[in-house]
Ligand binder design. Structure first.
Ligand code: PLP
Length: 408
């Protein structure tokens, strides 16, 4: 029997480590194990390496090294950005924060926490194309607004948001602007001045770097409180002995990612477009979710009518294909994706939605492999769906199904 293949099309969830990243990290677990706060040579060596890393990351974002704060990932960066700014800007009458309905839970849960603690939270909706409603942001701004947080690119559908326009709206009123750029970093150009943001979050494991690493960019002069108190690490903004190997690995991934961004963009987009076109033309009753053009190069989210996404995921997993669905398996229940819901997609369609996220390590051969299995699996699952008429090859309404359209 052939060894089962492994096709990983879930690069928005996480990515494999670049071998060069691991190589760069190893010395900082072995001989260069010093604490950057120590005055002796072992400490000074790693301190210098952290400074060098800060400079490289700053260059990648168009920032100054003193504006780069290493964190334990995207979640911490978002928490520090939003809580840190909220706590520093609290007004007697309650401060306002504006965000969107399609943010990652690392923003939405922070907003929920703050709303329970006296902050006014407004969430701008999105259109069917998953683009945030700029007018809704404009209308939500008032004298109490201290922060607007809108993601740069969405993790589920890949839609790129008009952050620059939103930032310009807020800046007029002196409002701090945050963007979660975890999914777009090293995939599309990113520059803090060009976007006009004051706070920007990125994560290491989405860019072929180590898990548990990330950065928050904080524009000089932004009023912030720290989350963790302790030593004077990271300019007093993030206490705790630095994860030196993680910082070094993160930085190596940034260097490689920035250098190969253009090449990877074209390569990944070609694979994605090929997969997308073949799915849409080979499988009937499929819908592409999110904006067609304003999108990350490797992300495609498609709804397959009359198919249960979880069953699809399990069947593809048995073929060695890793993808994710439009349902988030949280606390034992299958909640439909809040992103697809915000886009106005009906529940039953959301449950048949898949996200394929392609990375630069994927190949055309892997797309071919997926296309040899996916249409067959869909047909099999539709054949057992009461809402699918296999003879006519079409979806049927609940009423039709109840009238016995499928009576054998
Ligand atoms: N923000 C977005 C848009 C993400 O996709 C993710 C990860 O899925 C995060 C934040 C959280 O990042 P991390 O896993 O580094 O905490």
């Amino acid at each position: 029997m052939n060894e089962m293949r492994s096709v990983y099309f879930d690069n928005n969830a996480t990515t494999p480590l670049y071998p060069e990243v691991l190589e760069a990290m190893l010395p900082y677990y072995k001989e260069a194990f010093g604490n950057a706060s120590s005055a002796h040579r072992a400490g000074r060596t790693v301190k210098a390496k952290i400074s060098e890393s800060r400079e490289i990351v700053a260059n990648a974002l168009g920032a100054s090294p003193s504006e780069i704060y290493f964190t334990s990932g995207g979640t911490e960066a978002n928490n520090l950005a939003i809580k840190g700014r909220a706590w520093a800007g609290r007004k007697a009458s309650g401060s306002g924060i504006i965000t969107s309905t399609i943010e990652h839970p690392a923003v939405l849960e922070v907003a929920k926490y703050l709303s329970k603690n006296g902050y006014e939270i407004s969430k701008a909706g999105v259109g069917p194309d998953a683009i945030v409603d700029i007018d809704a942001i404009g209308e939500a701004i008032n004298d109490n607004t201290i922060l607007i947080s809108v993601m740069h690119a969405n993790n589920e559908v890949g839609t790129i948001q008009p952050v620059k326009v939103i930032a310009a709206l807020g800046k007029e009123k002196g409002i701090t602007i945050h963007t979660d750029a975890v999914q777009s970093f090293c995939k599309i150009p990113l520059n803090v001045d060009d976007l006009g943001v004051d706070l920007l979050s990125v994560s290491g494991h989405k860019i072929n770097g180590p898990k548990g690493t990330g950065v928050l960019y904080i524009r000089k002069g932004t009023k912030m409180h720290p989350l963790a108190h302790g030593g004077h690490h990271e300019g007093g903004m993030r206490a705790g002995t630095e994860n030196v190997a993680g910082i070094v690995g993160f930085t190596k991934a940034v260097e490689i990612g920035i250098e190969s961004m253009e090449k990877n963009y074209q390569y990944v987009k070609t694979l994605r477009d090929d997969l997308e076109q073949r799915i849409l033309s080979a499988i009937p009753n499929t819908i592409l979710n999110g904006h067609r053009e304003k999108r990350l190069p490797g992300t495609v989210n498609i709804s397959f009518e009359c198919v249960e996404g979880e069953a699809l995921l399990i069947n593809l997993d048995m073929m060695g294909i890793a993808i994710s669905t439009g349902s988030a398996c949280s606390s034992g229940s299958l909640d439909p994706s809040h992103v697809l819901m915000a886009m106005g997609i009906p529940h039953e369609t959301i449950h048949g939605s898949l996200r394929f996220s392609i990375g630069h390590g994927n190949t055309k051969d892997e797309v071919d492999y997926v296309m040899t299995h996916l249409p067959r699996v869909i047909t099999m699952l539709r054949d057992i769906s009461p809402l699918w008429d296999s003879r006519e090859g079409r979806a049927i309404s609940l009423e039709e199904a109840e009238k016995g359209a499928r009576t054998i």
